[in-house]
Write a protein that binds this ligand. Sequence first.
Ligand SMILES: O=C(O)c1ccccc1N[C@@H]1O[C@H](COP(=O)(O)O)[C@@H](O)[C@H]1O
Length: 209
Amino acid sequence: MRTRVKICGITRKQDVVDATTAGADAIGLVFYEPSPRYVTPASARELISAVPPFVSATGLFVNPDVEYVNEVLKQVPLDLLQFHGDETPAFCSSFGVRWIKAVRVRQSSDIENAFRDYRKASGLLVDAWDPDRYGGTGQAFNWSLIPDYRPLPLILAGGLASDNVSGAVKQVRPWAVDVSGGVESSKGIKDVEKITDFINEVHRVDETD
Ligand SMILES: O=C(O)c1ccccc1N[C@@H]1O[C@H](COP(=O)(O)O)[C@@H](O)[C@H]1O
């Protein structure tokens, strides 16, 4: 199976072009103001105009108001919503748009419970737990906590970069990997070489193992 790749936290049109040219299956835009990767709906709309056909655009939110998500959806043609906070299953399902739920992992039961509670999601994203931040920490977690039984597609995130993603894919065999900080030169600024190395590594493992 080919492991899908999402490059998240894009803030510049050139980074959309670099990511999709390198073979990204999805890009992510952060609609969470405290993040250094935050984009306004107007700039997100402009960024998405550079996304080619058959590549999807995901909008990342952290504990947003209903009104804010609806306002973003009115202005920005998103294919998928990514909820990275403490949103309930009912909240996530209320927008009529496909969505994934992020879970910050401290123990296996965090993932098992999320699979049970968020079963209407299109996928479950697993990320490192941090006491102060909801994500984008650049920290990996103990991948052996991830159970083999996965009722939904599993997306692996957290501290991935070109030097650890092949090991991650071999060990976890996720549906997709999601990276932000590991392909940046500074916060919110992607690096074309890091993106290309990252995606090539994923494809290399897919083809060889
Ligand atoms: O990128 C952010 O600033 C962010 C803020 C709040 C929640 C999630 C955020 N990013 C997502 O976190 C994971 C892991 O990121 P990293 O590769 O460790 O930097 C990923 O899905 C990011 O999109």
